[in-house]
Design a protein around this ligand. Structure first.
Ligand code: AHR
Length: 336
């Protein structure tokens, strides 16, 4: 097994799927398993976790699985054979990643799961100590409410047709956001979802799927786009602009809080973006420290989020102020 520096020369996460950091002799070892590096969110997220842990003096063994859930389970198995002190996992799909909890249990290594869930819940009597994620169902509810407001604004009442760009079917954000979103829009029988295709949380597939929707549904048949992440939303926007379908400008909602997407809200091109900050390093670090010190930790702490919108004048002004602030700070994503 090749042992490489955990960070690339540009300071980003290693593009290798297999890396190990330098650390002082005797440093505690954190095994960090990332589901993939599919977009900027994942790269920022990986770098944040690696640099926080290394900055606190831990040795980090890192592997990423290119979004292949079976490979991630195998990688976790291999990392556990190296007897780390603690395991941090960001899984891809909940059910397929569930064996990871048993692997940690059998190895006697405490487990922290972040961003997406497994199919089992954390339990302080087991090695699976904590799940750090946001309330995706709540976010789906907020985005459903945003969809209702937008459709009411453009059609005079809560009615209209939605096309959806799905972010990894079976992942916990997808499943829970879908639940929250549908619970809101299903209260309005004249709101319909025309189609929902998986764009894998990436820009190019988001653009291709939107091109397909635009060719199948002529002007007047689509009222808005629900993209389950900003990358796909930005891909959809490009398809809309290239096709000259100007009626859909300002009709995209998405999530992540990528500054490029908040900029679109600030210019009225996106209707709503809810944040999911990728900067998990400072959030995870105290849990690693407390668990290794033998302390009890909260099993499902809340990770807050914010939504920005251009549907109202006040929302637009707030989005502009937020964008200016993030731009001045040189940030790629909102910080919370
Ligand atoms: O699980 C969170 C999602 O994973 C982010 O929204 C997305 O961009 C990333 O791929």
């Amino acid at each position: 097994m090749a042992l490489l520096s955990a960070c690339s020369s540009t300071g980003g996460p290693s593009s290798s799927s297999d890396a190990q950091s330098q650390a002082p002799a005797g440093a505690k070892v954190v095994a960090f398993s990332q589901e993939g590096l599919e977009n900027d969110w994942r790269s920022e997220n990986t770098q944040s976790i690696q640099s926080s842990l290394e900055g606190a003096g831990y040795k980090v063994i890192y592997q990423q699985a290119d979004e292949d859930q079976a490979r991630q389970v195998e990688q976790v198995q291999n990392m556990l054979q190296q007897k780390p002190d603690i395991l941090v996992v960001e899984p891809a799909e909940a059910e397929a990643a569930t064996p990871i909890a048993k692997l940690a249990e059998d190895a006697g290594v405490p487990l922290i799961v972040a961003d997406r869930s497994l199919g089992v819940a954390p339990d302080p009597t087991t090695q699976y100590k904590v799940l750090i994620t946001q309330n995706w169902e709540d976010m789906g509810t907020k985005l459903g409410e945003a969809a209702v407001s937008l459709l009411t604004k453009v059609n005079g009442s809560p009615k209209g047709n939605i096309v959806e760009l799905v972010g990894v079917l079976g992942s916990s954000p997808q499943v829970a956001m879908d639940k929250g979103f549908k619970a809101v829009i299903e209260q309005h029988p004249e709101i319909k979802i025309l189609d929902a295709q998986d764009g894998d949380n990436k820009r190019a597939p988001g653009m291709q799927i939107m091109e397909d929707y635009l060719s199948r549904f002529p002007a007047g048949q689509i009222d808005m786009v629900w993209a389950q992440n900003d990358e796909m939303g930005l891909g959809a926007l490009k398809a809309i602009q290239d096709a000259g379908r100007d009626e859909l400008i300002g009709r995209i909602i998405s999530k992540d809080g990528q500054v490029e997407a908040i900029q679109q809200v600030a210019s009225g091109t996106f209707a709503t973006v809810c944040t999911n900050t990728p900067y998990f390093g400072p959030i995870i670090l105290p849990y690693v420290q407390d668990i290794l010190a033998g302390k009890d930790v909260a099993t499902t702490p809340d990770k807050p989020f914010t939504c920005f919108e251009s549907i109202t004048d006040a929302g637009l002004a707030e989005a502009k102020a937020q964008y200016d602030e993030l731009k001045a700070a040189g940030a790629k994503f909102a910080n919370r």
